[in-house]
Design a protein. Structure first.
Length: 142
């Protein structure tokens, strides 16, 4: 891995920008159809944005998710506003297993708060849709 050193003054506004990324594999007992999967993706974007703003974020740089499954994928994102969510992709038959990768870039919160707030918001939505995580970030099964 190459580390790039930044030289010169750093814009103070950029010092307040923190990000996090995570990937979860999720299962549910009953298959989730395409419309419900799209609704879940949209709700997840809004939930993460709302939670970060409630935690004191000054702005939402972006929140993005890639949801992969056996029949295709979905891409969801919001830039700046929980109400402005886009969900695109290709879905197919109902799914029971998905892999979700999320990236959040937030202004005005420290990195640990961004991570914790994002995880909590994701977990809340996944539980609402009947999903359980198969592995924790450190590789342990829940």
């Amino acid at each position: 891995m190459m580390i790039r050193e930044i030289r010169g003054p750093v814009d103070p506004v950029h010092q307040e920008i923190q990000s996090c990324g995570m990937e979860w594999t999720l299962l549910r007992e009953e298959p989730l159809d395409a419309a419900e999967l799209r609704a879940m993706a949209s709700r997840m974007m809004a939930s993460i944005s709302d939670a970060c703003l409630d935690a004191g974020a000054k702005d939402i740089g972006h929140v993005k998710a890639w949801i992969k499954h056996a029949n295709g994928f979905l891409y969801a994102d919001t830039v700046g506003s929980p109400e402005d969510v886009t969900v695109e992709g290709r879905e197919g038959d109902p799914v029971e297993r998905i892999k979700v990768t999320v990236n959040a870039v937030i202004c005005g919160l420290d990195g640990k708060t961004v991570q914790r707030t994002t995880e909590k918001a994701m977990k809340k939505v996944f539980l609402q849709y009947g999903f359980k995580r198969t592995q924790t970030p450190d590789g342990e099964t829940e």
